[in-house]
Design a protein around this ligand. Structure first.
Ligand code: PLP
Length: 383
């Protein structure tokens, strides 16, 4: 694994990361890589750039991209999907936005986890779609709790699997019971699987499409392949007809919406020839997480559990501390930036926690973890 050039990161890595923090500070904030992507990506882009020509691609996605996504899910995520069901999107975030726009209307309600990545709520809020939040724990999602949240307005159960920021991965069995429950209630399942390449459990990842043929998948290559800046993701519709309808409704069919061809070339190459690189990255990130879990749990004040997936870690602090103030002091005094567990990032259920991202080198991870532990040890009793 090669670390990304430090100066390059300082100039180019935004979204609360190296380009946004002072010299000498460590950002463990947005979930993005500090290591280079697979060389397969550069090779594929270089080959394509030889022609120095940039024609329109296929509206819903280049065939090579759609095939790569179908292959990826069928071979590595226990799913059974057709390439015609795949739409290339300008990021996973946009995929969430488009699926909501297509399936839901103002006044509808969806069920989402609390906490969970802000995008799942933000994309709903912008369309005046109501949100009801459920808890997700290490043993899954409680169906009795879901029962209580459903009303006549509820249209979809949204799951984030693997879960950001808690790191839970739903097993095939858990997905089956969620699927039965949703079918019973007449709800569609929307599954955000952007983290599905980063799994630490023995059981390999199971996509929702292994158990529910009506579900919609949101996917992206930012987390598993380090392609965040290429803004490349995918919607996987339950069938070709639905994919065509979405492409029409959301403007793909008329070139109003669509993903850059260069990003699709990069994504297809990463999936086809960069999987070993991803697996090496996952084991590096896992070691970083293990180190952090041991170190934080040794302090008198912090606690956390090893995530089953993702490269982020939710760290709990004493409930009497102010989360926002703690994170500000960590940034100013310890020179480590973390994401505070505030409603605007994760929902009300994140209070009392902060999140760190560890898709970085062992050196930066160790330094960041040590700075947090030292600061907490020095000042924890005064907070
Ligand atoms: C659960 C979840 N969904 C979607 C996204 C957005 O991913 P992208 O930046 O590839 O659009 C993220 C990014 O952190 C995420 O954690």
């Amino acid at each position: 694994m090669k670390a990304t050039d430090k100066n390059f990161l300082t100039e180019n890595a935004f979204n609360m990361r190296w380009a946004n923090v002072e010299e000498g500070h460590i950002p463990l904030t947005a979930a993005d890589w500090d290591i280079e992507a697979s060389s397969a990506v550069r090779e594929a882009l270089t080959a394509y750039l030889q022609f120095n020509s940039f024609p329109y691609g296929n509206n819903s996605g280049m065939k090579a991209f759609q095939n790569a996504i179908a292959f990826h899910f069928n071979q590595r995520k226990n799913a059974s999907i057709q390439s015609e069901e795949v739409i290339a999107t300008n990021s996973a975030a946009k995929a969430i936005d488009d699926v909501y726009s297509f399936l839901l209307k103002e006044g509808d309600e969806i069920l989402i986890a609390d906490p969970v990545d802000f995008l799942l709520a933000e994309c709903a809020r912008r369309k005046n779609i109501g949100i009801k939040r459920y808890q997700q724990r290490s043993n899954g999602i409680d169906l009795a709790e879901l029962d209580k949240l459903v009303s006549s307005k509820t249209k979809a159960l949204v799951i984030c699997n693997p879960h950001n920021p808690l790191g839970y991965v739903l097993s095939k069995k858990q997905l089956e019971s969620l699927s039965n429950w949703a079918n019973d209630k007449g709800l569609v399942i929307i599954s955000d699987e952007v983290w599905s390449d980063i799994v630490h459990t023995e059981e390999s990842f199971t996509s929702i499409r292994a158990v529910n043929s009506n579900a919609w998948i949101v996917y992206g290559l930012s987390k598993g392949f380090g392609l965040a800046g290429l803004r490349i993701g995918a919607i996987i519709a339950p069938n070709e007809e639905q994919a065509v309808l979405l492409a029409d409704g959301q403007g793909y069919a008329r070139t109003i919406e669509g993903a850059s061809t260069l990003s699709q070339i990069a994504a297809a190459a990463a999936i086809e020839n960069g999987w070993t690189h991803t697996q090496e990255a996952v084991s590096l990130f896992k070691k970083n997480l293990e180190q952090a879990v041991i170190a934080f749990n040794k302090t008198n004040f912090l606690s956390c559990e090893m995530p089953q997936g993702t490269f982020v870690l939710t760290v709990r602090h004493p409930s009497t501390w102010n989360t926002e103030m703690l994170c500000e002091r960590l940034a100013n005094e310890a020179k480590v930036h973390v994401v505070p567990g505030l409603e605007k990032w994760f929902g009300p259920g994140a209070i009392g926690t902060f999140r760190i991202s560890l898709a970085t080198t062992p050196e930066i991870a160790s330094e960041g973890i040590e700075r947090i532990c030292n600061w907490i040890t020095a000042y924890g009793s005064t907070l």
